[in-house]
Write a protein that binds this ligand. Sequence first.
Ligand code: ZN
Length: 190
Amino acid sequence: MILKVLTFPHPNLRKKSTRVKDVTPEIRTLAQDMLETMYYERGVGLAAPQVDRQIRMVVIDTRSSDEEGNPTMEDMTELEKKYSQPLIVINPEITKREGKTTYGEGCLSVPGFIETVERANYIEVSALDENGKKIEIKTDGLLAICIQHEIDHLDGKLFIDRISFLKSSKIKSSIKKHGYPERKQERRIL
Ligand code: ZN
């Protein structure tokens, strides 16, 4: 089922999400709906609070597509390639961060805006998978950027909070005044 994605300035995007206590069939169904929604919206990742569920779960697929629309691992780093995607990540905790990288980030909850954001280049994350089993993800590349972006959502943070005050104020007041610009469909966003 395709779910409605909340957009800034919806106040529920600012809430801190709570940990998942039990990975129940309902949680697994929500994860599948989130994946369906993410692919429909051409997103690379989606966090539960974006579909108005304030729980610590994110879904991710950073693979790009070939000409026939099939997923390819072509642009991925060696570390990213180790993880089979899509990924369902529950209660993620970043246990290590190394280096710095920048990427032009967008967000399904702030559609139409792309800004360069600085993040850790390499991260280690402990989490649960959709079966409630402990997993560890050690990665760099777009996967590391995406995980950091999605964990921000779980803490009520958006990428526009991580850019300069001037740029952020401009975007926020433009959205509040004029709404969202026409979405450029060709670009996949976080
Ligand atoms: Zn986002």
